[in-house]
Write a new protein. Structure first.
Length: 451
């Protein structure tokens, strides 16, 4: 590829890279796998796709992702893939008309457990890491979901409760018994426990529990319980719609998704200590509102995370700047009103106004269009032709724009015609009228004397 082509490609990608609070957010396709440095906010796009990506899992050695993507509309188009973390080697492992999803690596990286709807319900299956040897591991008779595999234990959701079994499918037993499990209310899921995750040492399970249905999303709290079923306790009390928790490698911290706060949709990643302290928003200050963060997982060290990013209903709208002036001709020290407006109406944007003076010098001024408009007075100090133009770089939802250049002329003030210096013309006219009238009276007087 020529240097020119490389430059053009890089320029194009940069143009599609929105920026929030100094953080560049790479944008290519609607979905992507992103890597975030939780300390700096630096974000890298690992993989981008127009296909919906629903979840990811990192191999034990940190070299590969397992992921689920939809290659069409409908559950039957959901398939499982693996891919190297450098975006190479995308490999499709399932290829059928079933709903295949939720791949989770074995501790040694040699195989997966995953969910598949191949019979009358969603059940738990196993397959080798290359996609071979797909076989049923467990069928409860109903829908099974939300897998995690650590050591020789697998935890999952069944009947809106947390269950556990050995990795060979034996010793299946219930771990939690939430109130009203499986009862439907006003939310999109029934009351109960979901998305269990085993701690790195396999001794604890974290999960979310729907505690009330006062919002359509359902309000959830995070809970921890021992694998022996003892010590169940909540670590949050926010009432948010939250879950899909992941343990840090040390087992001291957790990251999780907050998809709503009350009725407000969010889709941000939060971090919290296992004792419930130190809850921190990791993403909202770095990403625009329509950028949704899904399914976060820790990378090899706990300072970086991977997550699925979605540019939801993303569109960059055209913008238009207009600039107008109160008069096209003025004199020195006479003020001119300059008005600026942006369409569509966008609030609190900073634009650069440039005034080019007759001698070619330029005055640059940053103006803030608080309500989509701005107005100020300008007093010229030179004679000649001026031009004014306004430019805005755009934002994450609008393209930049530049107004048409408008001009005005500053002339010397034209003094009135004074006639004789020091005597205004009107005074001279009045004086002449008085003189003529006096001459007339003098002439009439002389005439009367003669006759």
């Amino acid at each position: 590829m020529s240097y020119l082509k490389v430059f053009l490609v890089c320029f194009f990608l940069l143009a599609l890279t929105p920026m929030v609070n100094g953080t560049y957010v790479p944008y290519s396709e609607e979905y992507g796998i992103y890597k975030l440095d939780v300390n700096t906010g630096e974000t890298h796009l690992v993989y981008s796709s127009p296909l919906e990506i629903t979840n990811i899992d990192l191999s034990p050695d940190g070299s590969k992702f397992a992921l689920c993507m939809y290659h069409g509309d409908g559950y039957e188009y959901s398939e499982i893939y693996t891919m190297n973390i450098d975006e190479t080697g995308l490999t499709r492992l399932t290829d059928n008309d079933n709903w295949d999803l939720y791949p989770n690596w074995s501790p040694d990286g040699s195989e997966f457990v995953f969910l598949s709807w191949r019979e009358s319900s969603l059940d738990i299956y196993k397959m080798d890491a290359d996609g071979d040897n797909q076989r049923l591991l467990y069928d409860s008779g109903g829908h099974d979901a939300d897998l995690d595999w650590v050591g020789d234990r697998i935890v999952f959701t069944r009947d809106s409760q947390i269950w556990m079994m050995n990795s060979d499918g034996s010793d299946v037993h219930q771990l939690t018994d939430p109130p009203n499990a499986g009862v439907w209310g006003n939310a999109v899921l029934p009351f109960g426990d979901y998305d269990p995750r085993l701690s790195p040492d396999g001794s604890l399970v974290v999960f979310e529990r729907m505690v009330n249905d006062t919002t359509d999303h359902g309000n959830y709290e995070l809970f921890i319980i021992g694998v022996d079923g003892e010590g169940e306790h909540n670590i949050t009390g926010t009432g948010w719609t939250q879950g899909i928790v992941q343990w840090s490698s040390t087992g001291e911290e957790l990251i999780h998704l907050v998809s709503a706060m009350g009725e407000e949709g969010r889709y941000d990643v939060f971090r919290i200590n296992v004792d419930g302290t130190g809850i921190t928003d990791l993403t909202s200050e770095h990403y625009p509102p329509r950028f949704l963060a899904h399914h976060p997982i820790y990378a090899g060290d706990d300072s970086t995370i991977y997550f699925v990013g979605q540019w939801w209903n993303w569109a960059i709208l055209d913008s238009s700047l207009t600039c107008s002036i109160s008069k096209s001709t003025a004199t020195l020290d006479e003020s001119i009103t300059i008005s600026v407006e942006v369409q569509p109406e966008i609030h609190n944007i900073d634009a650069e106004l440039t005034i080019t003076e007759p001698d070619g010098s330029m005055t640059h001024q940053t103006i803030t269009l608080a309500d989509g408009s701005y107005q100020f007075s300008y007093t010229p100090e030179q004679l000649g032709e001026y031009s004014i133009q306004v430019e805005w770089a755009g934002d994450l939802g609008h393209s930049g724009s530049t107004s048409a250049s408008i001009g005005f002329t500053v002339q010397e003030e034209t003094p009135p015609d004074e006639g004789i210096p020091g005597y205004p013309v009107i005074s001279m006219i009045l004086g002449l009228a008085i003189y003529l009238m006096s001459r007339r009276h003098s002439y009439l007087g002389k005439t009367q004397t003669i006759f």
